[in-house]
Write a protein that binds this ligand. Structure first.
Ligand SMILES: O=P(O)(O)OC[C@H]1O[C@](O)(COP(=O)(O)O)[C@@H](O)[C@@H]1O
Ligand SMILES: [Mn+2]
Length: 659
């Protein structure tokens, strides 16, 4: 009888590779023991945020404070005996150690005593946040140069020696050797690192707010993050790829929000030629209609505002020309009537829209040739070419966009949840809506996968290849196309809002998805398509600001769908009435934290001012969720089974131990 457990040659080849890492029976079995222990720990904490929209200071504060979790841990560890002001000060120190430490030191009359007290608190805090992790994991999170001492401090046992004495001696020695600052900073970093295991950003990092580039830099440093692209992200990805339509779309939003610093200081993009063109064309024109949104935190003068308004008009008209070109070369996109420059009667100053004719709010198009409205003038072409070069050559933008591709996708399935920014396009009847691209019909998950593939082609296909150009046009489709899962609305009515007075034309009809998600069956049907079922599974979306102010709940579909666009974006605070959500998924279930507006990092540091957050449980797990219930647990269980086969192979003499 053949031995049914004998490995096949292929399995044996794999076991040989595994044996390089676990060269002895002892090594393989101790790894199994480690993994078994890990599987029984509570699952790590995941945080979800979306629609950050360039609000770097609020985002960085929320990241530093682990969405309020760190302050709660401080309160638990220090208790009421320590006054609130001191706990708030410690919290600010943990959030911004490099800025806060010099300020606090300068205030102390007995600096050593302050060092002793704060180092002790930080050690206690660090022990508290590390209790859910294996020692091995905590060790891997420690900084290179003081990790050893921190490890000692975190894992000391006090059965046979006095804790205060032991800590006291190490801390004294740290202070004596002038290393207190370095240790404080390291402890603060480790606390933040251990408080949240994984961060998910459900889209829309860019646009409206001042510095998306600073958010991205911070995300690049993060230990474990994934991103589901939002419509504002894909269009920046297209711009970095060098797509003229995507470049002019991001320019349009950036100029409309008067965020030129993002481009000039953040990405080193030279806007001078564009500004000259705008001055040349519209210096003597009334551009009040094109006035940008002004962030109340900035105080530009009237001339600066007028200059930006002129650029706004120049950029918009180039964008409309490029849109008409993209629409003409992509019949698949089915937006023929949206090539508005071809729908204008230039002599009459009217435009055709949805079968009706409307007067234009600004009928002056000095750069448009009515015989060929989508043709750029030589000067526009020259400016465009310069900008394409600038976007392609911006080292920082390229690094950040490569990161978005590496860590991002149209959707993600993770620990039982399905994450995507917008919508799964549906029909009025609640079926998955089908869209035909390149002669094939796609819907549901297949549509998501197709969109993901095309989005990557826009950046990674060979330079100047038709696939690359088509992929770039597709990135623009994902930004605003009718059945783009990332957009989820009938049309983006930018033209209508700028040029047509009748507000009926401004409406953007939401995809039927947004109606169907009130029913739990919709969630189940979608989750099933993505291979998920069971009571702990949820859909997590961003994109549509939740009007909490009007009593709208972010929880839909009988609790299965959570929309976490709480309006980080300052310009949208009045719509939502709040300033963003963080969804927290830990071993007990899902909790939604609602954040109140945040003034500035500078004030937070100076006055120990935190973001006020309210917390509400929206899903309680029937029992504590352990690592073994997660995706990581599944992987580890597979590894345990492989290691057991490796042990058998060693024991049967099929492989030799490397002793
Ligand atoms: O409020 P603004 O900045 O003018 O933008 C409005 C436009 O933004 C959009 O809402 C898209 O942005 P979001 O993805 O943030 O919703 C469009 O649907 C709409 O046309
Ligand atoms: Mn969006």
């Amino acid at each position: 009888m053949p031995d049914v457990t004998a490995p096949t040659p292929e399995q044996l080849r794999y076991l040989r590779v595994l044996a390089e890492k676990y060269p002895t029976i002892a090594a393989a079995s101790s790894e199994i023991i480690n993994l078994e222990a890990l599987l029984r720990l509570p699952k790590g904490t995941e945080h979800f945020m979306s629609d950050l929209h360039g609000e770097n200071e609020a985002f960085i504060h929320i990241l530093n404070s682990a969405s309020g979790v760190i302050r709660e841990k401080i309160d638990t560890v220090l208790g009421e005996d320590v006054p609130d002001t001191e706990r708030a000060e410690l919290a600010t120190l943990v959030y911004y150690p490099n800025q806060k430490l010099p300020e606090l030191k300068a205030k102390q009359s007995d600096l050593d005593a302050w060092y002793r007290r704060n180092l002790l608190w930080l050690i206690e805090l660090c022990r508290f946040v590390s209790s859910k992790h294996t020692r091995d994991h905590v060790r891997r999170c420690l900084p290179a140069n003081c990790g050893h001492i921190i490890d000692e401090l975190l894992h000391a046992h006090f059965e046979d020696h006095d804790k205060d004495l032991y800590y006291g001696q190490i801390i004294d020695s740290i202070i004596r050797h002038d290393r207190a600052d370095a240790y404080i900073i390291r402890f603060c970093e480790v606390i933040k690192r251990l408080a949240v295991d994984r961060l998910h950003i459900v889209g829309d990092l860019f646009d409206r707010g001042p510095r998306p580039d600073q958010i991205l830099d911070r995300l690049i440093e993060h230990h474990d993050v994934d991103i589901q692209w939002g419509n504002h992200d894909v269009v920046w990805m297209g711009a970095a790829a060098g797509s003229p339509i995507c470049i002019f779309t991001v320019l349009k939003t950036t100029v409309a929000y008067n965020n030129l610093a993002t481009l000039e200081n953040g990405y080193g993009i030279n806007l001078r030629p564009l500004e000259h063109l705008a001055e040349h064309l519209y210096a003597d024109t009334d551009v009040e209609h094109w006035r940008p949104h002004i962030d109340p935190r900035t105080k530009p003068g009237p001339e600066a505002i007028a200059r930006t308004a002129r650029m706004h008009k120049a950029v918009t008209i180039i964008m409309l020309k490029l849109e008409a070109q993209v629409i003409a070369r992509n019949p698949d996109f089915e937006c023929a009537s949206r090539d508005y420059l071809n729908q204008i009667d230039y002599a009459a100053g009217t435009v055709r829209c949805g079968g009706k004719v409307y007067p234009l709010l600004d009928p002056a198009f000095p750069t448009v040739d009515p015989a060929c409205p989508s043709r750029l003038t030589d000067r526009e072409e020259e400016v465009l070419q310069g900008l394409v070069r600038s976007f392609r050559e911006s080292e920082r933008l390229q690094r950040q966009v490569k990161f978005l591709y590496a860590k991002g996708a149209v959707y993600k399935v993770f620990n039982g949840n399905l994450l995507f920014h917008g919508a799964v396009p549906m029909t009025e009847d609640g079926d998955f809506a089908a869209e035909t691209f390149e002669g094939e019909s796609y819907s549901g998950k297949a549509l998501f996968d197709y969109c993901d593939r095309r989005a990557r082609e826009g950046y990674f296909a060979a330079p100047d290849s038709p696939r690359r150009q088509a992929g770039q046009d597709f990135l623009w489709y994902l930004w605003c196309g009718r059945l783009s899962p990332i957009f989820g609305r009938s049309a983006m009515t930018t033209f209508e809002r700028l040029y047509i007075g009748d507000p009926a034309t401004h409406a953007e009809v939401k995809n039927p998805y947004y109606r169907h998600i009130q029913y739990p069956e919709t969630a189940d049907k979608i989750l099933e398509k993505f291979g998920l079922e069971g009571e702990g599974c949820h859909i997590i979306n961003g994109h549509v600001p939740v009007r909490a102010i009007e009593g709208e709940s972010p929880v839909k579909g009988g609790g299965k769908i959570i929309v976490i666009d709480g309006g980080f974006c300052r310009a949208y605070h009045s719509r939502t009435g709040i300033a963003g959500y963080t969804l927290v998924y830990n071993s007990r279930g899902l909790t939604l934290r609602t954040h109140q507006p945040f003034e500035s990092a500078e004030k937070a540091i100076r006055e120990d001012e935190d973001i006020a957050s309210r917390s509400e449980q929206i899903y309680a797990a029937p029992r504590r969720i352990l690592v073994r219930d997660t995706d990581e647990g599944t992987e580890k269980m597979t590894l345990i089974s492989d290691l057991e086969h490796l042990l058998e192979a060693y024991q049967a003499g099929l492989l030799r131990e490397q002793v």
